[in-house]
Design a binder for this molecule. Structure first.
Ligand code: SF4
Length: 211
């Protein structure tokens, strides 16, 4: 896959810790001061119930950005291969598309997939794991790279929760994807209430939600 190889090497160069002018520019970009400026610049005022709620979320965001930066400084500089990596691949006649937040190459050459979460920490059950297992299927099969860690990084608590998918989980997800695509094609959108309703964006208006 020449294009992807080129993309990998381009990203690798970007994050090399040498002193050329490009990397100096990047180092400057990630000072805490600059990070907080970007936060202010991209902050969206809309979508909150009232002023108090907006301020509360803004402060939570500021704390999360600050905490993340502090913890990033303490750790060994990672070798980041991808950020916001868009992907698409075929399963049968259908195409699955998505975006992976971050992929690091670890010291043994294997990959770690990291997904940033802004909500509360979740119990690591199969339903929560599915998203990262899907990314693993893509990276292993289509880039021919071994994935050895799947991680959710919860920005509010600062916790990183990592796991490794079992073969059983990978096979299960493949079968589910095929079944879910078939259901979508049949336009079968019947509600499936479950404990996951607690995390659903539509639970306040959904008459089927499980309480
Ligand atoms: S709240 Fe409704 S839409 Fe959301 S997961 Fe539950 S049943 Fe589905």
């Amino acid at each position: 896959m020449p294009l992807l190889d080129k993309q990998i090497s381009k990203q690798g160069d970007l994050f090399k810790s040498n002193n050329d002018s490009k990397n100096k520019e990047i180092d400057n970009l990630i000072t805490l001061k600059r990070l907080l400026e970007l936060y202010q610049e991209f902050w969206q005022e809309d979508g909150y119930e009232n002023k108090e709620q907006r301020e509360l979320y803004k402060q939570k965001g500021l704390k999360a950005v600050n905490d993340y930066w502090q913890s990033y400084q303490k750790n060994v500089e990672p070798k980041i291969l991808f950020l916001e990596k868009k992907f698409s691949f075929r399963i049968g006649d259908d195409v699955i598309k998505g975006t992976i937040d971050r992929v690091d190459e670890l010291s043994d050459g294997t990959l770690e997939i990291i997904d940033y979460k802004t909500g509360k920490d979740k119990t690591l059950d199969y339903g929560v794991k599915r998203q990262l297992i899907l990314y693993q299927i893509f990276l292993e099969e289509f880039l021919n790279k071994k994935v050895s860690a799947l991680s959710y990084y919860y920005l509010e608590s600062g916790q990183k929760v990592s796991f490794v998918a079992t073969e059983k989980e990978i096979t299960k997800l493949r079968l589910e994807i095929i079944e879910e695509i078939a259901e979508i094609k049949k336009r079968n959108f019947s509600a499936k209430p479950s404990p996951l309703c607690n995390f659903c964006d539509f639970n306040s208006i959904c008459e089927f939600r499980q309480v």
